[in-house]
Structure formats: C-alpha cells, structure tokens
Design a protein around this ligand. Structure first.
Ligand SMILES: [Zn+2]
Length: 339
C-alpha cells in the first residue's frame, strides 16, 4: 500500500473517507496562468480523479516568476500553457487523469465538457470569462470558486448554486471588474495566497463538507498588511438574471459575439475565426517563410515576426497579434498574413 496521501488522511476533516471522495472527483480549472498552475498542482498532489485545464495562451519568459508549472524550455519553445501544464502534472502524479485544452474558454466550449465536473476553479484573467463561468455554474448547478489578484492584493469567493449569491449578484457592490488586468504587476505570494483560499475551499467541496465553507468574500493586501472578510448573504438578488427565479444566463448568449479580445496588459489582441477550423500549420509556415519576416513553429502554433509585431497562429485558426492594442490594426495583420 502506498502511503502517498497519509498526511492528508491524518487530517481529521478529510480522513480516509474524504480521500476516497477526492479520488473520484473531477475538477475543471479555467486558465493555466499563475492561479491555474498553483491550484492545478495542489489538486493533482491531493489525488483528485481527474483534472481538466483550459488555456488559450503559450508560455513566455515573463510568466516564469510566478507560474509554477513552467520551465525555461517551455518559454523558449513557446509551448501552449495547457500542454506544458499537462506534461508537468503527469510527472507529479500519474494516477490523475489530466485533460488539457489549448483553446479559448468561450461559453459553448466550456458547456461541452462541464457536465461531469464536480468543481470549477476560476483562474482566468478576464471579466467576460468569469461571468461566463458564473452562468455555467448556475445553469449546470456546479460550485465554483472565484479568485483574482493584482500586485499584492487578492480576492476570493466561493459560489454554491442555490445557496450563496452568485458573482452577478455582487457586481454592484464588489469591485470585481477592475481586478482583471496585470498591468500593475504582481508578486508571487499574492498568487499563492489566493490559491490557498481556492484549494482549501475546493477540498471542502470535494469531501462534501459544505458546513465548513467560508461563506464570506475574502480580500487581502500582503504589502499593506490588510485582511478583510465580508458577509455577502444579503446581496443575493431574487431577480438576478444568472441565479434568480427566472434565470436567462445573459453571458451564455454572447457565445458567438466575442470574436476579438484585447488581452489585458499584454499589448496583444486575440482573433478567432467565426467557427473552429483545422489548420495545416506546416503549409502556413511554408507560405510565410517566403515573406519578409521571421517564422518559427512548434507542433501547436506558428509564430511570425513582421516589423514590430509578432503574429501567432494556433491549429484551431485562433491568432494572437502582439505589439498592438488596436483591434483594427490586429485584424488587418490577421487578414494580410493568415486570411
Ligand atoms: Zn445572482
């Protein structure tokens, strides 16, 4: 018998019974950046049955300071984060089934694989995706844990459909929208603190100890030594469009609308084709190599540097245009080289 989880089982609130529950559970993590790699590693070490992780980006040097599953080689080769994360997580615990998707976390894509998930962990960096997660959580009755951080400030909140207010209920009262950008920089302990909150709450949900959930919205600033926890029970709205009596899940209706997205703090724009395609990357690389620019490719993407821009094309036809915040400029480049 392996004693792999003995310390966790000795922890009386989990015990061997809790461990057995954890082993059967499926956790979905949206985003494989700082929060996503932190919680993925913790859940995989804790011995969950299955992990699904979704991310649209690839590893860059500026990620290595805090995105704990990645190494220099991943940044050198621009490996998609979902791929690099899966590889590392498999090395950490071969018993856990790891499913990784290199794609946008859009409504229709998440809905396609959320049904057998027991817990959703928010590790995204943008407001739109969080609101999509919130609606999906309500529609499919899946608990989810909101988490965000910037600088030395972090925030987390656990949402249980039918019990707690949802993120949409809190929008007017809590500064959630502003906390999505990484332009202010970040220190790694902020990430680890939010991860600690998310994973602790997650473990309680996985062992079905709902009584012990925090039930409050927690926020902190590690640099200015502040820690607050706010009761939000009274903020639940009977007419909330996401969790009220007649929900319309407003953020799931946007599924075909967001084709371009400005990536926060990245000087980059993402462009998605109207419907997914299967690109021949080898052929694209050959075509681009005849032009005046620098082409690099790995099995997942082609990168093309032209002037001050880097254009990155993924297999599904999605592209990241770096070096501009202007959607029109990005679109022009996209159609000129990839169109
Ligand atoms: Zn609500």
């Amino acid at each position: 018998m392996s004693n792999r989880y003995s310390r966790q089982e000795l922890f009386s609130s989990i015990g061997s019974e809790g461990q057995e529950k954890i082993r059967k559970k499926h956790v979905l993590i949206i985003g494989a950046g700082a929060l996503g790699t932190g919680s993925a590693e913790s859940f995989v070490r804790a011995g969950i049955g299955k992990l699904t992780i979704v991310d649209r980006d690839y590893v860059e040097w500026s990620n290595l300071q805090r995105q704990q599953l990645y190494e220099e080689e991943d940044a050198k080769q621009r490996i998609p984060k979902a791929v690099a994360a899966k590889r590392r997580l498999n090395q950490i615990n071969t018993d856990v089934e790891i499913q990784a998707f290199v794609q946008d976390a859009s409504a229709s894509e998440i809905e396609a694989f959320v049904k057998d998930v027991d817990l959703i962990v928010d590790a995204t960096d943008n407001f739109d995706t969080r609101m999509i997660l919130n609606d999906i959580s309500q529609k499919y009755q899946k608990p989810w844990i909101y988490g965000a951080c910037v600088g030395s400030y972090g925030i987390s909140y656990t949402i249980i459909p039918g019990k707690t207010p949802c993120l949409n209920c809190l929008l007017d009262s809590v500064p959630i929208g502003g906390l999505t950008c990484d332009t202010a920089g970040i220190i790694s302990p902020t990430v680890q603190m939010v991860v600690a909150y998310q994973v602790s709450e997650g473990l309680k949900i996985l062992v079905e100890d709902y009584e012990s959930l925090r039930k409050k919205l927690v926020s902190f600033d590690l640099w200015s030594n502040q820690h607050t926890s706010i009761s939000v029970d009274k903020l639940k709205k009977a007419n909330c469009p996401s969790c009220g009596q007649k929900p319309i899940y407003p953020y799931l209706d946007y599924r075909n609308q967001t084709k371009t997205a400005l990536l926060c703090g990245r000087d980059s724009v993402q462009i998605r084709p109207p419907s997914p395609v299967e690109l021949d990357l080898e052929k694209l690389a050959q075509t681009l190599s005849k032009l005046d620019g620098k082409v690099e490719r790995n099995p997942y993407l082609v990168s093309f540097i032209v002037g001050n821009h880097r254009l990155v094309m993924f297999k599904d036809g999605r592209a990241l245009i770096h070096g501009t915040k202007e959607i029109e400029v990005a679109k022009t480049l996209y159609y000129r080289y990839f169109g």
